[in-house]
Design a protein around this ligand. Structure first.
Ligand code: I3P
Length: 343
């Protein structure tokens, strides 16, 4: 019999968020962490916990150790992932993302992204076949860090001004976290535009402050959290990184090397120079013996308009298309370096 531990995910983040809002608590408190839950992988499907119901916890992908074929989609859209054949994961096709993977095949970034093995049809849907990044790890710790200072396109801001759509669902997410956040107009309409919501999320987290933010962490015991929405200050982020590393010096050294390599590749990459990266993440994965980082999530990465150049460091103002990705990468690397010096 094969038993594995999955993060229990049955109560979503809203409960934790409400609790934090009402107590004025911070994300430093780990009481919202989801405990692991045992599932029996040999049980007939009807008796197994559906992996997709375990979702929404941490990073995009959570593996269960070597040769275990269970995937959880985390932090992104529900149901976008499926386990694939031969150490692959299937991600629901977004044409923009597919185009990025195609372009990256002949770019320096290829060594830093999951291998793209073409598209596959399943139950009437098209999926990208991507390398299972966790397949070589045993009980991995996983962290998803969303890079850049903003998670929306400039066009979304323009659309929200010209043709605002006030959404009730994200208004609820907003007031669950901070009942005072909506403006009088939003309160009256009972809705917020997506651009406004995303901007508010970026400001509340460390995206605007540090040009990256932690989206989720899963530890090697299967416990996990995605409740980092208020982790905004440098020292808060640093403590989360320390917690994620759990004193693993092998991982820390490997991460630092990989971060330097990613920076060097990005500074020379044609793809990187020609695109604004919005909502793209770095996926950190380690176990007791090894560690790696990959660049993932290109669903909102888009080619820069003709004639527009960015350096990924200049502060973003509407119209310049900057994403501050490299600024975020440098901040992140500096924090990891401090942790290395501490030890
Ligand atoms: C969601 C998050 C997702 C976004 C989603 C947001 O907010 O920003 O990235 O999907 O938009 O609701 P949160 O992290 O606070 O839950 P996209 O990446 O596709 O924009 P959605 O509600 O329109 O799906």
């Amino acid at each position: 019999m094969c038993r594995c531990t999955l993060p229990r995910l049955l109560f979503g983040s809203v409960t934790a968020a409400v609790k934090m809002a009402s107590t004025g608590g911070s994300d430093d408190d780990l009481s919202d962490w989801e405990s692991p839950v045992d599932i029996d992988l040999d049980a007939p499907p009807s008796k197994q916990m559906n992996p997709w119901s375990v979702v929404t916890s941490v990073a995009k992908w959570v593996g269960l150790g070597k040769n275990k074929k269970l995937w959880t989609q985390l932090a992104g859209h529900q149901g976008s992932f499926q386990a694939g054949e031969s150490q692959t994961v299937l991600k629901k096709l977004l044409e923009r993302e597919r185009q990025c993977y195609v372009n990256i095949q002949c770019d320096l970034l290829k060594d830093f992204t999951p291998e793209y093995r073409g598209d596959v049809q399943k139950q009437g849907e098209t999926y990208l076949q991507l390398q299972d990044l966790l397949s070589g790890f045993t009980c991995p710790c996983v962290m998803d860090v969303k890079m850049g200072c903003r998670t929306y396109h400039e066009e979304e801001l323009k659309n929200a001004r010209e043709n605002p759509v006030f959404r009730k669902d994200i208004y609820r997410k907003m007031t669950d976290l901070d009942p005072d956040a909506p403006t009088p107009e939003e309160r009256e309409k009972g809705g917020v535009t997506k651009a406004r919501y995303l901007r508010w999320r970026d400001e509340m987290s460390s995206s605007v402050n540090l040009s990256f933010r932690i989206e989720g962490i899963r530890k090697d015991d299967g416990s996990s959290s995605k409740d980092f929405k208020r982790v905004n200050l440098r020292n808060q982020v640093r403590e989360k990184f320390r917690f994620f590393l759990g004193g693993n010096k092998i991982a820390l050294e490997a991460y630092l090397k990989r971060l330097e390599a990613i920076k060097a590749a990005e500074e020379s990459s044609e793809f990187f120079s020609q695109h604004e990266l919005v909502g793209s993440s770095l996926l950190f994965v380690h176990d007791s013996e090894k560690a790696n980082i990959w660049i993932i999530d290109f669903g909102k990465t888009q080619a820069l308009p003709a004639g527009v150049k960015i350096d990924h460091r200049t502060p973003w103002v509407e119209g310049n298309h900057e994403d501050e990705y490299l600024k975020g990468l440098e901040n992140l690397t500096a924090i990891f370096t401090e942790l290395a010096n501490d030890t």
